[in-house]
Write a protein that binds this ligand. Structure first.
Ligand code: PRP
Ligand code: URA
Length: 208
């Protein structure tokens, strides 16, 4: 699991518990997913490259900073959308691509139904956002697709990861660092993470 970084903070643990709690209703689930994503974003962007920027305060000229890298957020539909909002709270100028994947309920294999990416993926630092890394099929497929379109600098950001998913992504994409708020125990026979938080897309959008 050397590609995996667990992002730990008291507020992340608190929010993760709210997400896990089956009594958390849709509105609170959504706002909590957005906030925990911002907290995670703070950590996973801490090595962003900056360039100097000369500016004037009300008193004098000084040198500040601006982000020098092209940033792309790439939420995996649907559940990744809730994370994108939290990341955009920090970096509203980032470009956003979308990739639509769902797991076939029988085979658990990802089915791709949509994609729209910004140009110049090759030069960009890309954050793939998906709260659940279960079998790893969706994340592996999403990253392969991004690489086919030219993406090179890719990080995968999840909220809850299963060991099975971390292993799969790490073996297929050794260059991709994986960030998550928690590494859970295992998958159940239907491919759900234990203890997990249930179906993130359904809980976010009320389709359960
Ligand atoms: C969920 C989740 C991930 C995927 C993870 O999406 O948001 O994309 O499952 O599972 P995996 O690691 O085994 O591929 P889902 O297929 O439920 O689609 P949805 O977000 O549209 O509900
Ligand atoms: N997708 C989810 O939303 N939850 C899981 O536990 C596994 C896959």
């Amino acid at each position: 699991m050397k590609n995996l970084v667990i992002v730990d903070h008291p507020l992340i643990r608190r929010d993760l518990s709210t997400l896990r709690d089956r009594r958390t209703e849709r509105g609170r689930f959504r706002t909590t997913l957005r906030r925990i994503s911002s907290l995670i974003a703070f950590e996973v962007t801490k090595d962003l490259h900056l360039k100097p920027r000369v500016l004037r305060t009300p008193l004098e000229e000084t040198t500040g900073h601006s982000v020098s890298e092209d940033i792309v957020f790439l939420p995996v539909l649907r559940a990744g959308l809730g994370m994108a909002e939290g990341f955009l709270d920090f970096l509203p100028e980032a470009k956003v691509g979308h990739i639509g994947l769902y797991r076939d309920e029988e085979t658990l294999k990802p089915i791709n139904y949509y994609s729209k990416f910004p140009k110049n993926l090759k030069r960009s630092l890309i954050f793939v956002l998906d709260p659940m890394l279960a079998t790893g099929g969706s994340a592996t497929a999403a990253i392969s697709f991004i690489k086919e379109k030219g993406g090179r600098k890719i990080r995968l950001v999840s909220v809850v990861a299963a060991p099975e998913g971390v292993k799969k992504v790490s073996s297929r994409h050794r260059d991709v660092k994986i960030y998550a708020a928690a590494l859970d125990r295992r998958l159940n026979s239907k491919g759900y993470i234990l203890p997990g938080l249930g179906d993130a897309g359904d809980r976010t959008f009320g389709t359960d």
